[in-house]
Write a protein that binds this ligand. Structure first.
Ligand code: ZN
Length: 275
């Protein structure tokens, strides 16, 4: 039975319990036995970032990643430059916090062809990657559902993410696999194996796909409430060499409106039963 209570690989993204401040999230996660935390950037506003890092470490929580950089594409060159500067700042903030990894939501613009956005993403990564290496912070490309290809990401499949990671072939660039975005992909098992073979499996995000999904952004489900074969995908990850955290990342207007202490309890139960 003790195996069933194993929380040693459980990490929460702070966005999952959005109503909580970073301080509350840290204390509540640690109190509940969660072992990892992925920190969303907005929670660090007006905070002493290095003190937040100390507070996390003091409670024996591991900082798994900071979320999120990227959003490289824009029709105007000036906008693209501003985004690069902001990514560099975020890499620096991540290093100060003590985060080993920045997750990249690569971006897209409906005002230009996807091919142009994809090229700008590559150029953006090319520009920031040396700084990430110097700061000792890795970058993970997170492919997003094609439904977000207009404004959030022109990188929509594991294959595309693998190709970029392999093109740069850097120990500081890999892929974040989020089941919400890739569960439908007929090539998923193969692309996860490929990613593992190249040492590019950097992160694993979990939640579930609800039917019907009533909001394209903020209606993700708790593990077990939808149709994603989370256990199977986790097996593929682990048999491909991934030994990192299972990161619960749920954007949900419904769950954010609930009592967050109860929600955290249900997350842990759902993690143990369905992940
Ligand atoms: Zn994710």
């Amino acid at each position: 039975m003790s195996e069933l209570k194993d929380l040693s690989k459980l990490c929460l993204h702070t966005i999952t319990t959005k109503p909580w401040s970073i301080e509350e999230a840290i204390d509540k996660y640690a109190g509940a036995g969660v072992k990892g935390i992925s920190v969303w950037r907005d929670t660090l506003n007006e905070r002493n970032i290095s003190e937040i890092g100390d507070r996390i470490r003091k409670l024996d929580l591991k900082i798994v990643s900071t979320v999120r950089g990227g959003f490289f594409p824009a029709p105007a060159e000036k906008s693209r430059h501003l985004v690069i500067a902001d990514n560099l700042l975020f890499i620096e903030e991540s290093a100060v916090l003590g985060s080993p990894l920045v997750v990249l939501v690569c971006g897209a613009s409906e005002k230009q062809p996807l091919s142009v956005s994809r090229d700008q993403i590559k150029r953006g990564i090319e520009t920031i990657l040396p700084y990430a290496g110097e700061a000792g912070v890795k970058l993970a490309i997170e492919p997003l559902q094609p439904m977000y290809a207009d404004t959030r990401s022109a990188i929509n499949t594991m294959k595309q993410a693998n190709e970029i990671a392999e093109y740069f072939n850097s120990p500081f660039l890999g892929v974040a696999v989020d089941v919400y975005h890739v569960w439908w992909d007929p090539d998923l098992e193969y692309e996860i194996q490929r990613c593992g073979k190249n040492n590019n499996l950097f992160a694993f995000h979990i939640c579930d796909w609800l039917t019907p999904t009533v909001d394209m952004l903020n209606d993700r489900g708790l593990m077990g409430n939808g149709c994603i074969p989370i256990r199977k995908i986790r097996q593929w990850m682990e048999s491909s060499g991934f030994s990192g955290f299972n990161e619960v990342e749920i954007f949900s207007n419904k769950h954010w409106a609930e009592n967050q202490d109860d929600f955290l309890e249900r997350i842990i139960r759902a993690y143990l039963e369905h992940s």
